[in-house]
Design a protein around this ligand. Structure first.
Ligand code: HDD
Length: 709
């Protein structure tokens, strides 16, 4: 591990250069007060006599406690828990045909970024792996000012109009009378709200799907959600939807696993992001855009301004336009990740808004929330928020002003300061709002074009593979199973029946409630791009637990796992004790972790190391036997060679075919085994078969229901 925050970026990154000016280390420094006065003693307060009262004049004591008393700022009202990192965005080509945005203007142009991922409902200290939407907020420090793309890992939202946001958030947050439950949507008030607000049904399908349980921030998509507008140099607009696609594919955990991880490692997703950057395996996404000419505004059977709708990718393909790479961890969580302030209204010339009523509300809310959260109007001067573009205007005062603006005038127009700062014309980065024609009566009414609440929920359901559907039914059943009011469950079942009758029937059966009558026939359309089955995947950065004990055959172990190592997997030897393992050849094998400290849920796959004596010890170790059973339950790849196969037999995995004899590699639904290691190439064959199983992520074609875990 390198020191946190160690620079990995080239020195020509304008944002990092700016930050370097305020980065401070304490190496070799002497302790002082905030006023720079040397502190020679910090363990005892100044008192009148050895057992006497503390004296008010002890300025160091008072300053130390005062600073401590004021350490906390309000957590974000939503998205309180998160993790962030720096990196860059690199454009693939010029998009000047549709937008005048400078950062998208040239092949290879790089823009520094800060990205923050988050859960939505939980408090700052809540677990990472709860069922929830994930925030995906990107601050581009462009030469024309900051552009904040404040998105989520799901392409739609719960509500259509931002005026409903406080209602929705109050419903999903812990209930107001007892502040229970933390970071969970499985409770009365959320489902009461959902049952009464059917526009939420499409998003609820996403929330009940595996998308709400990402394996890693590095393995989830991101979406700008709203329809935004690109504007070219001539002022011509084009509707645009933003998509982030992870290089490692979109992959999820399973529900039982997420609940266990929440206890075993509440920082699971944060840690994963941090470690992958520290290890130099930089997370990467591709930015894509769906473009719709203004002339096609009404060409769809939904409204482009409705944030509960997607534009199916089969209808409007996603055009790749650049890549995002995260390559530097923050050096100070509070200063950077906590104080970063994303504002949806931060756009650069060439990017504009639409009349989406959810977006319009956000244009107000983010600035407003930063004012209270960060204590005043100068939050954009905080190092992480500062644009790399020059800032000049006539705003001067307010809490926390860090700049010393020198001019005599702070108004426009002026003649005393030569009129400065003068206005920026478009040739000098001046932002010109898109000249949209607006005409209408003042009205409080949802547009009729927003009123189809179910078609796209059905589209989502139809696009799922059989195991994804099973998970959705299970999720609805779990969540509604936590609801105390039958009428709420029945109302939700009524909505589900409009999405798909089989879905409603499955959930009703699990809840022990009458199956609602079939109301709307399923339209039968699907969008294959929505499924997580058949995602691109790979072995790189996958974490493999290698179960071993004294008596391990480390030579065979190395050959069997060579392919995984070559492809960039992270292998950790787990054993009943720490330190070193005695191997069959008389050498010593270092143990990375003990079995009791690391559960199977913290790994992507399990490999049982060969060696008669070692495996015998493992078969008598309840932790090791449970490891294999639990990995099986969670559909994870499991590999074993030689004597290691007997641990799989002891764990009795229902329906799992394992090698009984000979040197043929058996690969059955992600369980890869070979008994006889005599043949020269058998370990190589095993290695590549196991790597293929690991690359597939999970194997849901197993008989999982009967397995206790
Ligand atoms: Fe929001 C934070 C994403 C609707 C009001 N939102 C916040 C963050 C993300 C999103 C990623 C965390 C930013 C960070 O890491 O600091 N929000 C979304 C998306 C939405 C959405 C994708 C729908 C398309 N949000 C939304 C609405 C409102 C808000 C409709 C209010 C009308 N959101 C906020 C907020 C937050 C916030 C209260 C809390 C902390 C913050 O802004 O900085 O203003």
């Amino acid at each position: 591990m390198t020191d946190p925050g160690t620079s990995r970026l080239p020195r020509d990154d304008a944002k990092q250069q700016q930050l370097d000016a305020v980065r401070i280390g304490d190496d070799g420094a002497r302790m002082t007060t905030d006023q720079g006065i040397g502190v020679e003693h910090t363990d005892d307060s100044l008192a009148a006599g050895e057992r006497g009262p503390t004296l008010l004049e002890d300025f160091h004591f008072r300053e130390k406690l005062t600073r401590f008393d004021h350490e906390r700022i309000p957590e974000r009202v939503v998205h309180a828990r998160g993790a962030g990192a720096y990196g860059y965005f690199e454009a693939y080509e010029s998009l000047a045909d549709v937008t005048r945005a400078h950062f998208l203007g040239e092949d290879g142009r790089r823009t520094p970024v800060f990205v923050r991922f988050s859960t939505v409902g939980g408090s700052r200290g809540s677990a990472d792996t709860v069922r929830d939407v994930r925030g995906f907020a990107v601050k581009f420090y462009t030469e024309e000012g900051n552009f904040d793309l404040v998105g989520n890992n799901m392409p739609v939202f719960f509500i259509q109009d931002g005026i409903k946001f406080p209602d929705f958030v109050h419903a999903v947050k812990p209930e107001p009378h007892n502040e229970i439950p933390q970071a969970s949507s499985a409770h009365n008030t959320l489902w009461d709200f959902v049952s009464l607000v059917p526009e939420s049904m499409h998003m609820m399908m996403w929330l009940m799907s595996d998308r709400a349980l990402p394996r890693s921030y590095r393995m989830m998509q991101g979406f700008g959600v709203h329809t935004f507008r690109f504007v070219d140099a001539a002022g011509q607009g084009t509707f645009v939807k933003f998509h982030w696609r992870p290089k490692l594919g979109t992959h999820s955990l399973v529900w039982d696993e997420t609940q266990k991880i929440a206890g075993k490692d509440p920082d699971f997703n944060r840690r994963d992001l941090w470690e992958s950057i520290e290890n130099g395996t930089f997370p990467e996404w591709e930015l894509g855009v769906q473009l719709v000419p203004e002339s096609d505004e009404h060409a769809f059977d939904f409204d482009l301004l409705d944030a509960t709708k997607i534009i199916p990718e089969e209808r409007v393909p996603v055009r790749p336009v650049g890549r995002l790479v995260l390559n530097r961890n923050p050096g100070n969580f509070f200063a950077e990740t906590e104080q970063v302030a994303f504002c949806v209204q931060n756009v650069v010339p060439g990017i504009d808004f639409t009349n989406d009523p959810l977006l319009q509300a956000r244009l107000f809310s983010y600035l407003d929330t930063q004012l209270i959260r960060l204590g005043g109007p100068n939050f954009a001067q905080l190092p992480v928020n500062r644009p790399v573009a020059a800032v000049h205007n006539n705003s001067r005062d307010g809490y926390g002003q860090h700049r010393i603006q020198q001019s005599q005038t702070s108004y426009f127009p002026n003649s005393i300061s030569g009129g400065c700062p003068v206005l920026s014309d478009p040739a000098h980065g001046g932002y010109v709002h898109y000249a949209e024609r607006v005409d209408g009566n003042t009205i409080r009414k949802r547009s009729e074009s927003f009123k189809d609440f179910y078609s796209q929920a059905t589209l989502f359901w139809n696009s799922m593979s059989s195991w994804e559907r099973r998970h959705i039914v299970d999720a609805f059943s779990f969540e509604l199973g936590k609801v105390d009011y039958t009428q709420i469950k029945e109302r939700v079942l009524g909505h589900l029946a409009q999405v798909d009758h089989e879905l409603a029937a499955g959930v009703a059966e699990n809840l022990g409630l009458p199956v609602p009558p079939e109301s709307t026939p399923n339209h039968g359309r699907s969008s294959p791009a929505l499924s997580q089955a058949d995602q691109p995947s790979g072995v790189a950065t996958r974490r493999i637990a290698v179960l071993a004990a004294d008596g391990v055959d480390e030579v065979a172990l190395r050959s069997a796992t060579a392919a995984l190592r070559e492809q960039g997997a992270i292998l950790e030897v787990l054993a009943p004790h720490g330190g070193m393992l005695a191997t069959v050849s008389g050498d010593a094998l270092p143990v990375d972790r003990t079995l009791v400290t690391m559960s199977s849920v913290l790994y992507d796959a399990v490999f049982v190391a060969p060696g008669e004596r070692g495996v015998t010890a493992l078969t008598h170790n309840g932790e090791a036997v449970h490891y294999v059973g639990e990995a099986y339950k969670h559909a994870k790849p499991i590999g074993a060679v030689g004597a290691g196969v007997s641990l799989l037999e002891i764990a009795s995995l229902p329906g799992a075919r394992v090698a009984d004899q000979g040197d043929a590699v058996v690969s059955d639904r992600g369980i890869v085994t070979v008994r006889d290691l005599a043949g020269p190439s058998v370990l190589g064959d095993f290695g590549s078969a196991f790597a293929t199983a690991v690359a597939a992520h999970r194997h849901f074609d197993r008989a999982l229901e009967a397995v206790a875990a």
